[in-house]
Design a binder for this molecule. Structure first.
Ligand SMILES: [Zn+2]
Length: 124
């Protein structure tokens, strides 16, 4: 007898936009929109070097519109990334508290993408 599979919210996956479904399976397609120097007051994260300049690189995903902000510490000899922040478009994230079923796996998402490619499932 086959093991019982956990219930997963496949319907949620079938309702993802084409861009979001592609990005969830293929990763984002980033385009740089800006590199900016930040004043100390504009950066609230943890720094390692107070003498360094803080640089923000802003990227946008051409497929799903997720915005990513990378923060760097820049000195004469280094350009270290401190952290990144992501702003996802509505519906992209699987918010566990909004679902009674489990989050679909990568295998589930790839199957949904495959079926959509062949016209078996369309965006609702
Ligand atoms: Zn994306």
């Amino acid at each position: 007898m086959a093991a019982k599979k956990p219930q997963r919210d496949i319907e949620w996956a079938t309702k993802l936009s084409d861009g979001a479904l592609s990005c969830r399976t293929l990763r984002h397609q980033w385009e740089i929109t800006s590199f900016d120097y930040l004043e100390d007051s504009e950066y609230t994260g943890k720094r390692n070097d107070r003498r360094a300049e803080i640089i923000q690189r802003t990227l946008i995903c051409e497929r799903c519109s997720t915005v990513r902000k990378d923060f760097f510490e820049k000195t004469a000899s280094k350009f270290d990334r401190l952290r990144s922040r992501y702003d996802y478009p509505k519906g992209y994230k699987f918010v566990t508290s909004e679902h009674t079923a489990e989050k679909p796996t990568m295998e589930d998402l790839n199957l949904v993408l495959y079926k959509r490619y062949w016209g078996e499932q369309t965006v609702g």
